[in-house]
Design a protein around this ligand. Structure first.
Ligand code: ADP
Ligand code: MG
Length: 301
């Protein structure tokens, strides 16, 4: 009998795990809440959020991915239904739906849960304006959800929030909910341009709303080894941000860009590809760097 697509995906994930590519990663001392932000579009935020989430989950970490972009690209890449009307992050933010009621387990990675985004979220930027505590809706919902998971003995190791390409109210909610900013930078011209604006926003959020927020992790994406420019950009980013930059660099690769069209991460789509291995390494690096950091929120979350 032909396996169902979900069974085939699960089988594929199991093969990756047992092939020895993945070893179990040490859990962080407390849940790490990371917002994948860069207000430029097309720098690899969604690709990074999806592939790092899957890579962490297939290496034994419990991960929650919150899709906060009305385009719902992360939901698509994880084959999580997100048409208008499906319980999604929109209802969580605007109607106060418990996040647990919108969270869906991802078939390809059993330890990964996704809170999808539907197109309804496009209206949230405006609808939230008149809502009480509009910039901390996500934080409240997430805190309650994480407490529920912990109480059930299923503490999340990582929360990754995939942001839209703007500095509007949705991104602000992500910056208030997170402790860490995970910044993907594309190895292209103007890579650092405009980051000043993000830096200022982070500073303002830190002063007024979330004292813990900081840029913790940077990942170089879409690196093209054939160009000198990519090397120059990578060197400049490393000079500027120092050891916040992960060692692993994500190559520009057709396999990476094809995968979402099949409702997959590149890790399940083509596990042996350079893109998949680079994301595996990036996830590993991220986990190992954070394994011994002090638990800022132990007891609270
Ligand atoms: P963002 O979320 O920042 O807007 P995406 O992750 O959606 O960016 O990436 C923008 C486009 O670039 C998408 O079409 C995606 O498939 C493609 N892409 C992302 N990373 C890579 C890569 N490493 N190699 C090739 N294409 C990539
Ligand atoms: Mg995106």
């Amino acid at each position: 009998m032909e396996p169902t697509p979900i069974a085939a995906e699960a089988e594929r994930a199991t093969r990756i795990l047992t092939a020895g590519v993945a070893r179990v990663l040490p859990p962080p001392p407390a849940t790490r809440i990371m917002t994948v932000s860069n207000h430029k579009g097309g720098v690899g935020k969604t690709t990074t959020a999806v592939n790092v989430a899957v890579a962490l989950a297939l290496q034994g970490s419990r991960v929650v991915l919150v899709d906060l972009d009305p385009q719902g690209n992360a939901s698509t890449a994880l084959a999580v239904p997100h048409h208008s009307g499906v319980p999604s992050i929109y209802e969580v933010l605007v109607d106060g739906l418990p996040m647990a009621d919108a969270a869906v387990q991802v078939a390809a990675a059993p330890l990964l849960t996704c809170v999808p985004a539907s197109i309804d979220l496009a209206g949230a930027e405006i609808e939230l304006v008149s809502v009480v505590a509009r910039e901390s809706r996500l934080q409240r919902a997430l805190t309650a959800y994480l407490a529920g998971l912990s109480a059930a003995g299923r503490r999340a190791d990582y929360v990754l929030i995939d942001c839209p390409p703007s500095l509007g109210l949705l991104t602000l909610n992500a910056l208030v909910a997170a402790d860490e900013v995970f910044l993907p930078i594309q190895c292209e011209y103007y890579a650092l341009e405009g980051l000043e604006q993000l830096g200022k926003t982070i500073e303002r959020v830190r002063i007024h709303l979330n004292a813990d927020l900081h840029i913790s992790t940077i990942l170089l994406t879409m690196y093209d080894a054939r160009t000198r420019l990519a090397d120059q950009v990578a060197a400049e980013v490393r000079r500027f941000f120092g050891d916040k930059v992960l060692d692993s660099v994500i190559p520009r690769s057709v396999r990476v860009s094809e995968a979402p069209g099949f409702g997959q991460s590149v890790i399940t789509y083509d596990p042996g590809s350079r893109g998949a291995l680079a994301y595996f390494e990036a996830a590993r690096d991220l986990a190992l760097r954070g394994a011994d950091r002090p638990a800022a929120h132990e007891g609270q979350r």
